[in-house]
Design a protein around this ligand. Structure first.
Ligand SMILES: N[C@@H](CCC(=O)N[C@@H](CS)C(=O)NCC(=O)O)C(=O)O
Length: 156
C-alpha cells in the first residue's frame, strides 16, 4: 500500500489510517498488538501468550515497552526529530533489554508475543543507526536467536 497516497478504503477500515489492518470475515481489527492477540486467541493450538496471569501481565508490559518506548524513539530517529537525542533514548532502551536478557532465553518464559513484537525493530535496525553489538551481548544473542527462527527467516 502506498502510504503517501492512502486509499480511501484504509480510512474506512481504520480511523487511524494506518497499517496493519486485519479483515477477518466481519471483524476489522487494527493496531498490531491487538491483531497479534486476536490471532493468538483465534488459533489456540499455537500458544503464544504465557499461561500464568502474572506472566501474561509481564508479556503485555514488554509489548507496551516496545510499542511506546522503542517505536517512539525509532520514529523520532527516522523522522529527524532531534535524532541524536532519540538515538540516545534508543540506546538506553537497548541497555534495558540487555539487562533483562542477561538471565533468560526469551523475555517471559517460552518464546511468546513479547519476543515477537520486537522482531520488526531488529530486522530494521540498520535504519536507526544504533548498533546492537558486543556492548549489549545478551541483547545481541537474543536478537540472533529470534532472527534464526525458521518462521522469522522465512519473512526476511
Ligand atoms: N501503533 C500502530 C502503528 C502503525 C503504524 O505506524 N503504521 C505505519 C506503517 S509501519 C503507518 O501506517 N504509517 C502511515 C501514517 O502514519 O500515516 C500499530 O502498531 O499498528
Amino acid at each position: 500500500m502506498d502510504l503517501k497516497n492512502k486509499p480511501r478504503e484504509l480510512l474506512e477500515l481504520n480511523p487511524y489510517a494506518k497499517v496493519p489492518v486485519l479483515v477477518d470475515g466481519d471483524a476489522v481489527i487494527y493496531e498490531s498488538a491487538i491483531i497479534n492477540e486476536y490471532l493468538e486467541e483465534k488459533y489456540p493450538q499455537v500458544r503464544l501468550m504465557p499461561q500464568g496471569l502474572a506472566q501474561r501481565g509481564m508479556a503485555r508490559i514488554w509489548i507496551d515497552f516496545c510499542n511506546t518506548r522503542i517505536h517512539g524513539a525509532a520514529h523520532e530517529v527516522v523522522h529527524g526529530k532531534e535524532p541524536e537525542k532519540a538515538r540516545e533514548k534508543l540506546s538506553e532502551h537497548f541497555r534495558t533489554l540487555d539487562r533483562a536478557m542477561a538471565s533468560r532465553e526469551y523475555l517471559v518464559g517460552e518464546y511468546s508475543l513479547a519476543d515477537i513484537t520486537f522482531i520488526p525493530v531488529f530486522t530494521r535496525q540498520q535504519r536507526y543507526g544504533v548498533p546492537i553489538d558486543e556492548s549489549t551481548p545478551h541483547l545481541k544473542s537474543w536478537v540472533e536467536r529470534l532472527l534464526a527462527r525458521p518462521a522469522v527467516r522465512s519473512t526476511l
